[in-house]
Design a protein around this ligand. Structure first.
Ligand code: BV8
Ligand code: ZN
Length: 246
């Protein structure tokens, strides 16, 4: 008989930093990026998720993100998202979620102590002026223009390849690790291929900060050797049963 899956022991002294990737939303029906049939197979990443792609064909980029808005709106958070909300409720400010997902499902599930490292599908901003990102649920057939500056093109508030992540988000993670290192610090990566930086570097940063490192993933990703504990399986099944309280 197979041994029961390893479980993560938490107590009132534990600080938990969770990094999630596309696989967390797979059980909600949202396709991942790099699998066969994943998003990057049918949409070359440099065409739809880079500033150069947007400059070359903004209408194509808007069709891609409009379709993703439509799909994400029709999906619901799954037990994996909800398990992370339950753990946040137990740990309070000792919990931080850093997600690479832009689908908004963690927020809809109820996660609050969260940074959306790669942006959010349901925000837009102007590619030209410094107007703040604003809520935008619309699916755009043609390229929308900014009504504030009158000339700029609107774009999805997504961090594309070659663009900088919001430094405030990275600083919040660093500050969390700094506080956590004086007590018991656990870093948990869930459902991510570990290929996209700087998110993929967080496990090494967590190790330098003395963190215990865990990975929950459907299949072993390339960077699995960086983790002390690896649990193979679907996050929507594993996470609800994953914690024990000391
Ligand atoms: C930056 C936007 C500074 C689109 C995304 C060489 C070395 C190191 C770095 C680089 C390099 N060359 C270039 C770089 C930098 C580059 C990078 O990392 N490239 C990689 C690919 C080599 N990074 C950047 O450009 C970043 N910015 O570095 O700024 C800079 C500035 C200027 C010039 C240079 C540097 C910006 C990165 C932003 C990327 N944005 N998205 C969009 O979402 O619309 S990336 C995209 O990948 C998504 O956001 C996604 O979240 C992210 C990560 O992917 P995953 O979430 O891991 O998804 P994936 O499909 O790959 O894997 C899913 C996993 O889940 C699988 O392992 C699967 O087994 C598992 N799974 C599936 N189902 C389940 C499951 N597990 C559990 N349960 C399940 N049910
Ligand atoms: Zn503008």
């Amino acid at each position: 008989m197979a041994p029961p899956p390893a479980r993560l022991r938490l107590d009132g002294e534990t600080w938990l930093l969770v990094l999630t990737g596309a696989g967390v939303s797979a059980e909600s029906g949202i396709p991942t990026f790099r699998a066969a049939g994943g998003l990057w197979e049918s949409h070359p990443v440099e065409q739809v998720a880079s500033p150069e792609g947007f400059a070359a064909d903004p209408a194509l980029v808007w069709r891609f993100y409009s379709e993703r808005r439509r799909k994400a709106r029709a999906c619901e958070p799954n037990p994996g998202h909800r398990a992370l909300v339950a753990i946040e409720e137990r740990l309070g400010d000792r919990f931080l979620l850093a997600t690479q997902n832009v689908d908004g499902l963690h927020g809809r599930a109820g996660s609050r102590r969260m940074v959306e490292l790669h942006g959010n599908l349901f925000l837009s901003r102007c590619a030209r002026c410094d107007r703040a990102p604003f809520p935008d649920e619309q699916e755009h057939d043609s390229v929308p223009r900014c009504e504030v500056c009158g000339t700029g093109l609107l774009r999805p508030h997504i961090v594309w390849f070659g663009e900088w992540l919001d430094p405030a988000h990275l600083q919040r993670i660093e500050a969390f690790m700094e506080e956590a290192r004086s007590e018991r610090f656990v870093f948990l990566a869930v459902a991510t291929s570990g290929l996209v930086y700087p998110a993929a570097g967080l496990v090494s940063a967590a190790r330098r900060a003395g963190g215990e490192t865990w990975l929950v993933n459907a299949e072993p990703p390339e960077n699995r050797l960086l983790f002390e504990h690896v649990v193979e399986g679907q996050s929507g099944r594993i996470l609800p049963e994953f914690w024990t309280w000391a």
